[in-house]
Design a binder for this molecule. Structure first.
Ligand code: MF3
Ligand code: CO
Ligand code: CO
Length: 284
């Protein structure tokens, strides 16, 4: 989600009520998030050198309908496809097209389902063929930064604790965190309050409470954090310096002493998590 810009310094952040889900709503969130996670697992099984991002769109679209769900991106604010596919220096919101995936590429696939009126949002970055050391580094840093953010979540934690944990980890690994796009509350709305920044200071920001559902979705760049939106399609977001970018996203439910990862997977992702296990810590 695009970050709302603060118009003037010192005005602070607008405080917006954050929805607490009822037990029934939580059950529906569990269902839609499980379906979205299953589609992401399927994508991992299909990723191949030579396929197009439009092929990924078709796989996601058909699997979503097969489940009896709907792809939330399709026609969302005019987005023309059923999934976002973001290759190499594309940070997010890449539009599936005839782009052919080649050996060494990385591609983030961001799946969002709607089912019984509720949204489930999850993404992962996949390796196409054999990655360069730099590609491995940015993808594994992005993956672990999401874990670092998730570790902070519990009743009473502050949003700034999540952002700080992500930022400290990413910058300690020599990468940068995108500022212009944030995680978000989710439920009946695709993008709801709060904004979940992937940078910030511990002890600041709203407190998260049991029963809130939101996404954490850090975008991590090899170079600087600055990004540009494509002036022609108005969607595709690229790193300003052309460096590689990777992202992972989960939808989580806050609990008393931690969180439930609603988009957790029942098996590991092919072309991503299975490959990660082969890597030893590797600076780019
Ligand atoms: N799934 C993206 C997110 O994580 C939003 C995509 S909006 C779209 O928030 F219109 F580009 F699909
Ligand atoms: Co999201
Ligand atoms: Co998403």
């Amino acid at each position: 989600m695009q970050a709302r810009r603060v118009r003037a310094p010192n005005l602070g952040e607008k405080r917006v009520a954050i929805d607490i889900k009822s037990p029934k709503e939580i059950e529906l969130m569990r269902t839609v998030c499980r379906l979205a996670a299953e589609t992401l697992v399927l994508v991992g099984e299909k990723i191949r050198v030579g396929m197009t991002t439009e092929d990924i769109n078709r796989i996601v679209h058909e699997d979503t309908l097969r489940q009896g769900a709907r792809p939330a991106p399709l026609n969302y604010k005019g987005f023309p496809k059923s999934v976002c596919t973001s290759v190499n220096d594309i940070v997010c919101h890449g539009i599936p097209d005839g782009t052919v995936l080649k050996n060494g590429d990385i591609v983030n696939v961001d799946v969002t389902h709607v089912y019984e009126g509720f949204h489930g949002d999850t993404s992962a970055t996949f390796y196409v063929g054999t990655p360069s050391p730099q590609a491995r580094h940015v993808v594994e840093v992005a993956r672990r930064s999401l874990d670092a953010g998730i570790e902070q979540v519990r009743d009473g934690a502050r949003l700034g604790d999540i952002g700080a944990a992500i930022q400290e980890y990413v910058e300690g690994e020599g990468c940068s965190v995108v500022r212009d796009f944030v995680g978000h509350g989710i439920g009946r709305k695709f993008h709801d309050a709060p904004q979940v920044k992937h940078y910030g200071r511990r002890g600041t920001g709203d407190r998260v409470r049991t029963g809130m559902t939101f996404t954490i979705e850090p975008m991590v760049n090899v170079g600087g954090w600055e990004v540009d939106v494509d002036p022609k399609d108005k969607w595709t977001v690229r790193t300003a310096d052309g460096s590689l970018s990777a992202q992972f996203e989960h939808t989580v439910l806050v609990t008393r002493d931690g969180c439930e990862i609603l988009t957790a997977r029942s098996k590991s992702l092919r072309s991503s998590e299975n490959v990660a296990a082969l890597f030893v810590a590797s600076p780019a």
